[in-house]
Design a protein around this ligand. Sequence first.
Ligand code: G1P
Length: 288
Amino acid sequence: MARAVKKIILPVAGLGTRFLPATKAIPKEMLPVLDKPLIQYAVEEAVAAGIEDIILVTGRNKQVMEDHFDHAYELEKILQEKGKDEALDISRSMLLEEGRISYVRQMRPLGLGHAIWCARKLVGDAPFAVALPDDLIIGKPGTLKQMVDAYDDLGGNIIATMDVAREDTSKYGVITPGARSGNRVAVEGLVEKPHPNDAPSTQAVVGRYILQPEVMEHLNKKAIGAGGEIQLTDAMAELIGNQPFHALEFEGQRFDCGSKFGWLTANLTMATQDPVMADQVRKFINSQ
Ligand code: G1P
């Protein structure tokens, strides 16, 4: 049986330039979709998948995320005094037991592969998950849970993929698909951000991964890939052929919340599914 996935790396060191000026002083991972910051969606998805240890790879100006996952004593005291129990519950319910979240700093913006490598000492020789909080996926069960279930059957490495328009392949990692069984597809090759003419398929990697620790050995080489960055995709590609490697065509709706359009549509979708707001929001949209 495959060794259980108990750790996750959440890379959160990115600059969030596509959201300036909003992200000048706050991390893009703290942007809310409705009332919850992106980072909290990712942590909740991980916890729901049975993952115990959460590792945030942070950078400069990201300290507010540590505060977010800590007690806010002043706020809690005031809410308690005012008898605002519901608000108090919301503020506290997201707290994880001490020691379950750790933070490691990526000191230079050298790419996603480098960010993952920065967490190597915390991961050790255990399999681990990765989630990119910008990629918000609404689905039940959550995508990480779907992936852990697939991993329990298949072992090795699992990446979440979805079909994209051919003209968009240059925004994603893209797989060369092999044998298919339902929504599980063997991965025979992986390339980062291929030009549409060169893309081996239109099955794109979205920001959810379950990886074996050997990927760190490849990241250790610090090979420079697409965009002049150290790419996770390139290190993963080296595992193919040596370890089982599958794509899971997950069930759920994915939003690129690193872009304004993606973030806005995530908000609208959530709002139209929210029991309190749905009618009001639909009425507003229809009136435009
Ligand atoms: C990263 C990965 C890419 C993946 C994408 C999903 O790219 O490098 O393989 O398809 O996330 O969102 P980025 O969006 O950071 O450029």
